[in-house]
Ligand binder design. Structure first.
Ligand code: FES
Ligand code: FES
Length: 167
């Protein structure tokens, strides 16, 4: 029985060698935070991390994977949404419909690990995910918030608080 290391757990499953990783994650392991958008490696909705590298799981066949590789999905990024990238996403209200955002967040995590202070050009090069809701400006701003240690002020987006004030 094939095995994968997903979110720190070695999992057994039944699937053909040419099955894309996305379908094992969603249908066998119940990790539905990873989304199906295009199925042809274009949109990035299915992005997961494999040994820290963002990978489009819709086109990654099981035959190319082993349990020696560490796969991280959005569910495994943190137990409670406390990862700095998730916190920045929440602080700036980045998601609209949310469909693309798991992939966006994981792509951002990989970028920030590689380049903790990314330039606009770095962000443009790394963030190739597609968002039909057009959240690109907020994605960029949230990445900069993480790069600034969580400080939302330079992000260029006002944060509206419950009392009506903004910062
Ligand atoms: S669903 Fe994989 S890139 Fe679009
Ligand atoms: S938030 Fe809707 S597709 Fe990106």
């Amino acid at each position: 029985m094939p095995k994968l290391n997903v979110n720190g757990v070695v999992c057994d499953f039944e699937a053909e060698d040419d099955t894309p990783l996305l379908w094992v994650l969603r249908e066998q392991l119940g990790l539905t935070g990873t989304k199906y958008g295009c199925g042809i490696a274009q949109c990035g909705a299915c992005t997961v991390l494999i040994d820290g590298v963002p990978v489009r799981s819709c086109v990654r066949p099981l035959a190319t994977l082993s349990a020696a590789e560490k796969i991280v999905t959005i569910e495994g990024l943190s137990p409670d949404g406390s990862h700095p990238v998730q916190q920045a996403w929440a602080a700036l209200d980045v998601p609209q419909c949310g469909f693309c955002q798991s992939g966006m967040i994981l792509a951002a995590v990989a970028l920030l690990r590689h380049k903790p202070k990314p330039t606009d050009a770095d962000i443009d090069a790394a963030m190739t995910n597609i968002c039909r809701c057009g959240t690109y400006n907020r994605v960029r701003a949230a990445i900069k918030v993480v790069a600034n240690g969580g400080d939302t002020r330079p992000a260029g987006l006002a944060i509206r608080h419950a009392d009506g004030s903004t910062t």
